[in-house]
Design a protein around this ligand. Structure first.
Ligand SMILES: Nc1ncnc2c1ncn2[C@@H]1O[C@H](COP(=O)(O)OP(=O)(O)O)[C@@H](O)[C@H]1O
Ligand SMILES: CC(C)(COP(=O)(O)O)[C@@H](O)C(=O)NCCC(=O)O
Ligand SMILES: [K+]
Length: 258
């Protein structure tokens, strides 16, 4: 069985693929100090709770935090006796190479989202991932990552206001009823929520203009739902996009070896 690990700057997601379906998905806070033994105790505990007896023989990792990869590699070798595939490393092939400036690196999560988005929705799409940062990945007709946008994440924007302005409290993101807030919390929520609706609309419009063709917008990440209520921003929301892409990239690399 295959263990897929999607490590973002905020959370790390683990999911087990049994060859036909994902058995379950678990999330922990990303922390580069966590050891392989700690990961294993946590993971085996959760598997035990669900009665999952998975014989993990393969591991694939995408990590936007380079420092966590070392301990995840140790997890794979010590507990699952395998060498993990790490997206973005030369030994991990991609079905279509990214077309970006020479010498630049693309976040592995964005490469994975590109593969998954192309598989499910075809080419000429924009994948929007609401994570620590909000990323827009532009996928060409033939499935290549050809660039995109990195914007501050929703929670990051709220946190930045709270950190920088003495009188502004920490606020959770929700959809305010009106744009005109009549108290501080409502004003902040309005700024972030309506600001984000405008950001997504504006960026998508500009990308479509630059590409000069219709492009579907596929959203992923926990906050995608918040921005889809009553708005026509997305053609689809795929919460499991990144995990699906990891599975596809693992299959692709196995196919190359076979
Ligand atoms: N359904 C949700 N409602 C509110 N906040 C959420 C939800 N899902 C994720 N978040 C928050 O969004 C931020 C990004 O989450 P995540 O997608 O895990 O980021 P990353 O992939 O960068 O680690 C985190 O601060 C997380 O707590
Ligand atoms: C933009 C990101 C920080 C998003 O990461 P996340 O929000 O998922 O933690 C990550 O994709 C990254 O570090 N990218 C490298 C630069 C680039 O993709 O161009
Ligand atoms: K992510």
């Amino acid at each position: 069985m295959l263990l897929c690990i999607d490590c973002g700057n905020t959370n790390t997601v683990f999911s087990i693929w049994d060859g036909e379906k994902f058995l379950d998905t678990w999330r922990m806070e990303t922390n580069h100090k966590r050891t392989a033994d700690e990961y294993y105790v946590w993971l085996s505990g959760l598997m035990g709770l669900k009665g999952i007896h998975a014989d993990i023989t393969e591991v694939i990792i995408s990590s936007t935090v380079p420092r966590v990869v070392f301990n995840l590699r140790v997890l794979a070798s010590r507990y699952f006796e395998c060498r993990p595939l790490v997206v973005g490393k030369p030994e991990c092939a991609l079905p279509v190479s990214p077309r970006v400036d020479q010498g630049t690196t693309v976040g592995p999560d964005r490469l994975v989202n590109t593969v998954a988005g192309f598989d499910r929705h075809g080419g000429d799409i924009i994948v929007v991932d609401f994570g620590t940062a909000t990323t827009f990945d532009v996928v060409s007709k033939d499935g290549a990552y050809i660039g995109g946008v990195i914007a501050p994440g929703v929670n990051l924007s709220l946190e930045a206001l709270h950190m920088a302005a003495a009188a502004l409290p920490h606020v959770d993101v929700t959809m305010p009823e009106r744009a005109i807030g009549t108290n501080t919390v409502a004003c902040i929520q309005s700024g972030v929520f309506w600001g984000y609706i405008g950001l997504v609309e504006g960026i998508v419009r500009q990308i479509r203009l630059e590409r000069d063709r219709p492009m579907k917008v596929i959203a992923t990440g926990g906050l995608a739902e918040l921005f889809s209520q009553g708005f026509d921003l997305f053609d689809a929301i795929d919460y499991d996009l990144t995990i699906h892409g990891l599975r596809l990239i693992n299959d692709y690399n196995k196919g190359l070896k076979a």
